[in-house]
Design a protein around this ligand. Structure first.
Ligand code: ZN
Ligand code: ZN
Length: 151
């Protein structure tokens, strides 16, 4: 498991920043505009334990999602298509199918190995490297809509 960290969106410039846990003096300071965002991790969060409240907005509701970088997904798909075309050109159909099968196995393996990130429903702060709490589930559209409406 990676060292715990908090990813947040700056209140001032909306850009993304990260600070490590346990939080230091400069935690929450925006590296882009210097704005001091609130960084108030609870004791539990600061120990890298259960995420009980959001360090950025004190919200209590979170969801889990795979920490999957978008570019990586695109690169994997492009790479698979290119490889399978090359295999097709060199060795014909069975080889290109073999490449596709191998690639999907690799994708699945990768997917299962991706860590989960805990995300705040309100401010979308991302808490990485924390144990997943059974109280938080996968993304729930209805909960997200409540927050959108409440803003
Ligand atoms: Zn900023
Ligand atoms: Zn939050």
């Amino acid at each position: 498991m990676n060292a715990p960290s908090v990813g947040f969106f700056c209140d001032e410039c909306s850009l993304y920043g990260v600070y490590p846990i346990p939080a230091t003096e400069s935690a929450g300071r925006c590296e882009h505009c210097g704005h001091e965002n609130p960084a108030r991790p609870s004791d539990s969060v600061n120990r890298g334990e259960t995420v009980d409240s959001c360090p950025q907005c004190s919200n209590l509701r979170f969801y889990h999602r795979k920490d999957f970088p978008q570019q990586l997904g695109c690169a994997a798909v492009t790479g698979t298509v290119v490889l399978s075309s090359i295999a097709y050109a060199l060795w014909d159909v069975p080889a290109s199918i073999a490449v596709l099968v191998l690639a999907s196995i690799a994708d699945l393996t990768l997917y299962h190995r991706l860590s989960e990130v805990t995300v705040c429903y309100r401010c979308h702060a991302e808490l990485r490297g924390f144990p997943l709490s059974p109280e938080h589930g996968p993304f729930d559209m209805h909960v997200a809509e409540e927050y959108e409406a409440g803003q």
